[in-house]
Design a protein around this ligand. Structure first.
Ligand code: HEC
Ligand code: HEC
Ligand code: HEC
Length: 367
């Protein structure tokens, strides 16, 4: 086991050196390509791994490295047998246990530690304030990636969610979920107002305009009763939200993605036109500001129930349109409140229609 991991490490060193060379040579070309063609991928890129690991398309460790031309293979090896093993018994060429992560990342050509240390430690991080803030928030707590944060945490405890494949609520009856965002373009959606929406690398990215009331990206389809799960991340501060049932100018409730300190209300709260904040999420810690989060909503009749990252925020009863469009929304923040317009990244919008099955096209079950 021990010598095996040594061999692995030296293999990693060689691979990483090679990667650095290749990177230096292709850096400019890759940058240009990526700027122009968002989903442009080298033939030897990550697509072959995404086939079975689609979730890693939008995961930080893979995307941050992909930005500088480091693909899955450069960390995990070409893994040809792993890819072609239909029995799924062959592991990838290179795997890293938790104990091996720090050494692997601290390779001198990658994240070179200062002094004569051999691990890229906290003191090597550029933004000491960010580290302090991170500890203040997470020390002795479990992050949404399932990792417990202590003073001896390794890189992947704090960075990314690479180690988990979370399929929120979709495992049980997957077939009933509709994917409202296809991961490629805005088919099925229509924008209104002052915000821009683009797609890049499997993500839907919304930016508020610099003036006006912000904007919304509406579904073309109209929904009555449904379950909704939206997986997103944001740059903060932001004021965004999800309209739940909007019929033209008649708006239903909106789940907020924001931080309203005055009202002590955080993401997952519900705002109802005219009435104001009808449900307050007072738990600031439910959101992970550095990573992906999932807002789930159950809309049934006049009942609206919200969860954030699997924790129930609450339920409200309110009147309003009986059916309507779902909208991803971003507000324009006052000038001076932010340096750059905030960004909302959405990687998944899943909808499951609820209601009387008799209303649906009947399915004939043959046994
Ligand atoms: C034919 C499907 C398939 C392809 C293609 C594929 N994988 Fe996998 N991979 C799996 C399955 C199934 C597992 C085991 C379940 C899991 O951990 O998600 C797995 C697990 C892994 C693991 C974790 C193994 C462990 O024991 O912890 C790594 C790392 C990995 N794959 C890397 C890759 C890389 C890199 C590529 C592309 C070069 C790739 N995979 C392509 C199906 C595939
Ligand atoms: C910069 C190096 C790096 C890149 C690039 C990278 N990985 Fe990993 N990967 C790791 C490390 C390190 C771990 C171990 C993380 C841990 O458990 O803390 C890991 C773990 C995994 C696992 C195991 C998860 C588990 O729960 O056991 C899978 C699956 C995986 N990687 C697949 C991929 C795929 C597919 C890609 C490309 C899309 C990729 N990785 C890109 C370094 C990398
Ligand atoms: C205790 C949590 C924690 C651990 C452990 C950790 N990081 Fe970080 N890291 C952060 C935070 C917080 C930031 C700043 C915010 C950000 O960029 O995500 C950061 C930033 C970075 C950056 C951006 C530039 C820089 O150097 O500041 C890199 C690169 C990085 N980390 C690499 C690593 C590597 C490699 C390891 C493991 C050897 C590691 N980190 C371990 C929390 C951690």
């Amino acid at each position: 086991m021990r010598s095996n991991s040594r061999t692995n490490l030296s293999l990693v060193c060689v691979l990483v050196l090679f990667a650095a060379l290749a990177w230096a040579l292709t850096f400019c070309a890759a940058r240009d390509l990526q700027n122009e063609k968002s989903d442009g991928e080298k033939p030897n890129g990550n697509s072959k791994c995404y086939v079975c690991h689609p979730i890693l398309k939008t995961e930080d460790i893979s995307t941050d490295h992909l930005d500088i031309g480091i693909t899955c293979d450069e960390c995990h090896g070409p893994s040809i047998e792993h890819m072609h093993d239909e029995m799924l018994m062959t592991k990838p060429d290179l795997l890293f246990g938790r104990a091996e992560v720090e050494r692997m990342c601290s390779n001198p050509t990658c994240h070179k530690p200062g002094g004569d240390r051999y691990v890229y430690g906290e003191q090597d991080h550029k933004d000491q304030a960010a580290i302090k803030a991170f500890y203040k928030k997470w020390l002795h707590r479990v992050r949404p990636n399932g990792r417990f944060i202590s003073t001896s945490s390794v890189c992947t405890d704090c960075h990314g969610t690479h180690n988990i494949v979370e399929e929120l609520e979709t495992d049980s009856d997957e077939k009933n979920w509709l994917t409202a965002f296809n991961g490629r373009d805005l088919t099925g959606w229509r924008a209104s107002g002052a915000a821009s929406w683009t797609c890049r690398r499997g993500q839907l990215i919304g930016t508020a305009g610099t003036n006006g009331k912000g904007g919304t990206l509406w579904t073309n389809a109209v929904y009555e009763d449904y379950l909704l799960a939206v997986t997103f991340r944001a740059t903060w501060p932001i004021h965004a939200g999800i309209w739940l049932r909007a019929e033209g100018s008649r708006l239903g409730p909106r789940v907020e993605i924001f931080e309203n300190r005055k009202a002590a209300a955080f993401t997952g709260s519900i705002w109802v036109p005219v009435k104001g904040l009808a449900l307050l999420n007072m738990r600031e810690d439910l959101i992970d500001r550095e990573s992906w989060n999932t807002i789930s909503v159950k809309v049934e009749g006049n009942r609206f129930q919200v969860w954030l990252n699997g924790e129930e925020v609450g339920v409200i009863l309110t009147s309003g349109p009986a059916k309507g469009k779902i909208g991803l929304h971003i507000e324009t923040l006052p000038v001076g409140a932010v340096r750059e317009p905030p960004l909302l990244y959405v990687r998944e919008v899943l909808i499951q229609k609820l209601g009387n099955p008799e209303k649906e096209t009947p399915t004939i079950s043959k046994d």
